[in-house]
Design a protein around this ligand. Structure first.
Ligand code: PEP
Ligand code: MN
Length: 337
């Protein structure tokens, strides 16, 4: 529900509205435009009748918001969200590149890759410490040791780090140690995890569930935001379809759809979407062209011997070429509507 205020209203007339909303357990969001001021209400708004709200002299009219996601939706927040994460802006029209191995394997491996991707212009270092694997017999990551190695790589290169959390058990460690907490495709609807992440003041990279609709994905963002954490970055990483030529099907139309529906930054993961290193560059260029705010790309110094996802990992040389090429597409990228 959105309360549109009269143009000549007085600031002090608003307090009773905020108090009423609070007493019903609703979240309020100020929407301040050039000539109009509005208050968005999120939560169980059934407890408030539009007729009652119209009794306040400063209220001009009430707009019902159909979408179930309010805080993640554009209606409540017409401007693009821009986050400043460890000194790097995302969502401001610049193009953010996150790169690194699927999994942290050793100190030497992560330091080498971190130095290489930094030299190629990456903005963030990615690396899995806790890996969600389809088989219980596969390498599951180095766990806390992996996070320690990422921290060493960050201190040597200055690159902020992105890593996936799997369980609320390590919430405090992730809140303290990483710059962006990644929620993987398999946990997009782990609502307990989303609620706990919502209590943090920490940027989150929320990957799309491999069988989730865009609206379901936005509802997961809403879970995090309803807890008070508004720094959510959406990551399209491919969905499962009947096609088997690629690991998943990269739904690039999700990028402009999300730009219409939401104010949150959107990045694309062509590595998990395609599953093949030689498809990563073309889909990265396409992602840049259709208005994505950035990419997250798997890079490995020895893909043939990677402990996880070697087939889709770029060598540092291939990543370097892509990083330079993608910048050439950006001036032609679609932005906004
Ligand atoms: C990853 O980024 O390491 C990962 C496991 O991705 P996804 O959750 O998209 O499969
Ligand atoms: Mn991977």
């Amino acid at each position: 529900m959105i309360i549109v205020l009269k143009p000549n209203m007085n600031e002090k007339d608003l307090a009773p509205i905020y108090n009423l909303a609070k007493s019903r357990g609703l979240i309020t969001q100020d929407i301040i435009g050039e000539s109009t001021r509005m208050i968005g209400l999120a939560g169980d708004t059934a407890s408030l009748s539009p007729d009652d709200l119209m009794l306040f002299p400063c209220v001009d009219r009430i707009i019902k918001v159909q979408e179930p996601y309010k805080l993640a939706g554009r209606k409540f927040h017409p401007e693009d969200s821009v986050f400043d994460i460890s000194g790097r802006k995302i969502g401001d029209g610049s193009f953010t590149v996150m790169a690194g191995p699927c999994s942290v394997e050793s100190e030497e491996q992560i330091l080498n890759i971190a130095a290489d991707v930094k030299a190629s212009g990456a903005d963030f270092l990615r690396g899995g410490a806790f890996k969600p694997r389809s088989s219980p017999y596969s390498f599951m990551g180095l766990g806390l040791e992996g996070l320690e190695l990422l921290k060493i790589a960050r201190s040597k290169t200055g690159l902020p780090i992105v890593s996936e959390i799997m369980s609320i058990e390590y919430l405090d460690v992730f809140a303290r140690d990483v710059d962006i907490i990644q929620i993987g495709t398999r946990n997009m609807q782990n609502f307990t995890l989303l609620q706990e992440i919502g209590k943090l003041k920490k940027p989150v990279l929320l990957k799309r569930g491999f069988a989730a609709t865009i609206d379901e994905w936005l509802m997961s963002a809403e879970y995090i935001m309803a807890g008070g954490n508004d720094q959510v970055i959406l990551c399209e990483r491919g969905i499962r379809t009947f096609e088997t030529a690629t690991r998943n099907t990269l739904d690039l139309s999700a990028v402009p759809v999300l730009k219409q529906k939401s104010h949150l930054p959107v990045i694309v993961d062509p590595s998990h979407a395609t599953g093949f290193w030689n498809l990563v560059a073309p889909m990265s260029l396409a992602a840049a062209a259709c208005g994505a705010d950035g990419l997250i790309i798997e890079v490995h110094n020895d893909p043939a011997h990677a402990l996880c996802d070697g087939a889709q990992s770029l060598t540092p040389e291939a990543f370097d070429e892509l990083a330079q090429t993608v910048r050439a597409v950006l001036p032609y990228a679609a932005r906004g509507e």
